[in-house]
Design a protein around this ligand. Structure first.
Ligand code: DLL
Length: 433
């Protein structure tokens, strides 16, 4: 039977959710206009006043906000509350450009932890569970978010953080954790280690809550098999709070967005035009309950679809598909758009583990695309003569998926470095020129 953390909210009738959104949006817009000069300028430039926004139907009148805006306003320019009312800072990893710093009041932390608690209960968590959190702690939101959510549910919480995989596995066995929270690539690594050590019978895991990076359905099945669990997706971004913006229920067909806190739109990333339900495009969020760091029409760069189709779990909040990639992660190779997730789908569907690297380079003014992928132990011990046949098979399958030719190199098991957090799979050497 499906369980909920906040049933009256998660299963509220659509009209009720819409009424909450209209009211909270009006209040948020008014507040940022009064308190945040950066927003006031953006709205003035568009000739929009708070009274022009009566509800969600007027959302499209408001200007978009991008990561560049947050960088420009860094560090305090977006604050809607005095700094003395803020109690926490979290931050993005800042792999491209300056970090984004997000601020939280105590109310913001409560809301965020409630969102994570909804995700844990949707994955079957109760106060009888032992929740092993090996997302990174610190500035990264993964550890603190799931940790806080687990406390709210009343589960016994193990704040493991990432790294030291031997110790993770030992704790999983000794303390009999039932729910594992980490990135999908780390879950795959933990699964590999558990099985290699012959400890599969010693672990008591029943579910996992994995997110923070793109992962395919094939990778989900691999992890579910290797750990004997049901693997749930969870999505979020630091700018909005962290994990828990949306989460998967028992149906595992997309993530319910916590619409009492966030309004979602899908836009055409090139034109900014709002797209109808079901179309693929860039996800844009407006926060409607955030106190310290409200964001209006924030462009996530994540590409996905929304659906309002009735969900068997009973939740009424809109669902987003797994992000298919980021518009800024998309590689353009020989003029063709290539998403790393397309490559992963091909590899995993052909029986390869999701341990791969995509190397893009430019040789004599022509782009090259090299894919290095690990073989499984069985493939490796197979007759070596078949390696070139296998490589050829992958070249053909990738060509069918992408429309361009990639060179494929099969490498020995374990020869590609494992990740304890978000995996780094793309090496674009062209940027170094
Ligand atoms: O990754 C927050 C998080 C922590 C989510 C733990 C889930 C679990 P950032 O480091 O700011 O925050 O990165 C946000 O990660 O815009 C997506 O591109 C990507 N991302 C997050 N969750 C998923 C997911 C955290 N489930 C960026 N599937 C987002 C695909 C995801 N991509």
């Amino acid at each position: 039977m499906e369980r909920y953390y906040q049933e009256e909210i998660e299963c509220a009738p659509r009209e009720t959710i819409s009424a909450w959104q209209d009211e909270r949006l009006r209040e948020t817009v008014k507040r940022v206009y009064e308190k945040v000069p950066y927003y006031r300028d953006l709205m003035d430039k568009k000739g929009i006043k708070p009274d022009d926004i009566r509800g969600v139907e007027d959302l499209g009148k408001l200007p978009f906000l991008t990561k560049d805006d947050l960088r420009e306003a860094y560090p305090y320019g977006m604050l809607a509350r005095p700094l003395k009312d803020c109690v926490r800072i979290q931050s993005t990893s800042g792999t491209t450009g300056k970090r984004v710093v997000a601020f939280y009041t105590q109310h913001d932390l409560d809301v965020w932890e409630d969102c994570c608690a909804r995700a844990i209960v949707a994955a079957g968590g109760t106060d009888e569970d032992v929740v092993h959190v090996c997302y990174g702690y610190g500035l990264f939101t993964g550890g603190p978010g799931l940790n806080g959510g687990s406390h709210k549910v009343g589960s016994l919480t193990l704040p493991m953080s990432s790294g030291n995989t031997e110790r993770q596995v030992q704790f999983l066995c000794d303390l009999e954790a039932t729910i594992l929270c980490c990135t999908p690539s780390y879950a795959a690594y933990i699964g590999e280690t558990v099985n290699e050590k012959g400890l599969r019978d010693k672990i008591k895991l029943k579910a996992g809550i994995f997110g923070a990076e793109a992962w395919s359905e094939e990778m989900r099945r691999d992890i579910e098999k290797s750990l004997g669990i049901k693997a749930h997706d969870i999505y979020g971004l630091t700018e909005l709070c962290g994990p828990g913006v949306s989460f998967e229920c028992s149906e595992q067909t997309g993530m319910h967005i916590n619409e009492d806190h966030f309004i979602a739109e899908i836009i055409n990333p090139e034109t900014g035009e709002v797209l109808p339900e079901g179309e693929k495009g860039e996800l844009v969020f407006t926060s409607i309950t955030k106190d310290a760091f409200p964001l209006i029409r924030y462009r996530t760069r994540d590409i996905c679809r929304l659906t309002r189709k009735k969900c068997s779990c009973g939740r009424t909040h809109v669902k987003m598909s797994k992000p298919m990639g980021r518009s800024d992660d998309m590689l353009i190779v020989k003029g063709v758009n290539v998403f790393p997730s397309q490559i992963e789908t091909v590899l995993v569907s052909k029986g390869y583990p999701a341990n791969y690297q995509i190397i893009v380079d430019r040789v004599k003014n022509t782009d090259t695309l090299d894919v290095r992928v690990e073989m499984t132990n069985e493939m490796f011990s197979d007759n070596l003569g078949s390696v070139s046949e296998r490589e050829k098979e992958l070249v053909d399958a990738l060509k069918a998926m992408l429309g361009i030719t990639a060179s494929v190199k099969l490498v020995a098991p374990k020869s590609i470095a494992r990740s304890e957090g978000k995996a780094v799979r793309i090496i674009d050497k062209r940027k170094l020129i």
